[in-house]
Structures are given as structure tokens and as C-alpha cells.
Design a protein around this ligand. Structure first.
Ligand code: ZN
Length: 205
């Protein structure tokens, strides 16, 4: 049973949970998967249900390569502005799409823009899901931020047990691979390992 509190770090002093929001994206997601494969890192992808329907093969590939799929809502809208009924529908519909396409049931929800109303916590309890935020966001989606600034941010702000929030969307396409390689270099220097959040296979759901 999960806690109603938002998870911002993991209980592993040498682990880093690498997470991506907003995919699947036709070029950024394969780019991220390729870099993770080269670095032998596992990660968690918070996918939008609608994008999973558009790029089902990318959601399947993600799971085949050992990563976890989390839930980022069906559409990328602020869920704190939706009725509880619509929030439930958005999360459950996304779970069903991911289960149908990738064969796993997401256990983690990350609200778009990190905006969440605590009054909706009972929805996650009912779905037996955990709210997952982050404690390190290097703003990879700010296209004007040079890569060396992102690297400096990561080396300064990452701690053992961090959940780092990256993005596989149109803004990071073309450089998310480089950012993953930079992150991998920091992990090697510090002696940290990457941890994917757990998921549940659909036959057990
Ligand atoms: Zn997002």
C-alpha cells in the first residue's frame, strides 16, 4: 500500500531514479532509449496515455528494454483544475492504454506540471498508485540553456537517492541523448547506480 505523500526521492543512498516526462515522442523517446542502452541505465518514463496510443511501439519498446512506464495523465493538462471524476478517468484510461499496449500496469503517477491537489489523493489510493514528483529538475526543456549549464546543475544538485526529472518531448529532441550521457558520467564519478521505479505486470494487476 502506498502513502498519500508525494515521493520526491528514493530510499537508496547510492541510487538515482532517472525519470522522463511527456513521451512517447517520435524522436526524443528513441533518442533517450538509445542513450540509456549505450550506458546500461534503466529509467522510468511517465507517458501520456494519448501519446502511447499514437506511438504504441515506443511504449512497448520501453518496457522490452527493461524500463518502467509511469502515468502522466491521458492529456497534458493541469490535473489540479479537473474535477475528481475527470482526474480518475484520465489516470485510469492511461493505465488501461499502457496495460493493453505494453503489458504493465503503471504504479506511479506524476501530474503534468507537477500540479496536484491533495483533495485528489483518495483517487490514487483507490487506484493503489503513488504520487511521484522529483527533487532535481535540470530544466532540460529550456532550449536556450546550454548543455554545460545543465551539466553543472546536475553535478551540483544530484544527491544519492535523488529522483531526477528529464523530458522526452519536442523541446529536448536532439539533445536528450547528450544529457543522458552527461548524467551517466556523473553517476560513474560518484559511484551511483540508476534505479527504475517498480512496475506490475498486467497478469498480476
Ligand atoms: Zn509533463
Amino acid at each position: 500500500m502506498f502513502t498519500a505523500l508525494a515521493q520526491r526521492k528514493i530510499n537508496d543512498p547510492k541510487g538515482i531514479a532517472i525519470t522522463f516526462d511527456d513521451g512517447p515522442h517520435e524522436s526524443a523517446t528513441p533518442e533517450a532509449l538509445g542513450a540509456l542502452r549505450e550506458e546500461s541505465l534503466t529509467a522510468t518514463f511517465f507517458f501520456s496515455g494519448k501519446s502511447v496510443e499514437t506511438f504504441p511501439y515506443l511504449a512497448s519498446l520501453c518496457v522490452e528494454e527493461g524500463h518502467t512506464v509511469g502515468n502522466h495523465g491521458y492529456e497534458h493538462v493541469r490535473h489540479d483544475r479537473l474535477s475528481n471524476e475527470d482526474i480518475f478517468r484520465s489516470i485510469e484510461r492511461t493505465n488501461n492504454v499502457v496495460m493493453h499496449i505494453a503489458g504493465i500496469r503503471p504504479l506511479h503517477f506524476r501530474p503534468p506540471y507537477g500540479c496536484w491537489s491533495r483533495s485528489a489523493n483518495p483517487i490514487l489510493e483507490e487506484l493503489d498508485m503513488q504520487l511521484v514528483l522529483w527533487n532535481c529538475m535540470p530544466m532540460d526543456f529550456h532550449v536556450s540553456t546550454p548543455l554545460n549549464i545543465i551539466q553543472r546543475f546536475l553535478s551540483t544538485h544530484l544527491r544519492g537517492g535523488s529522483i531526477v526529472a528529464l523530458h522526452d518531448n519536442e523541446k529536448t529532441a536532439g539533445r536528450i541523448g547528450l544529457i543522458i550521457h552527461m548524467l551517466a558520467e556523473i553517476l560513474r564519478e560518484k559511484g551511483w547506480h540508476a534505479v527504475a521505479l517498480p512496475h506490475r505486470v498486467s497478469r498480476d494487476a
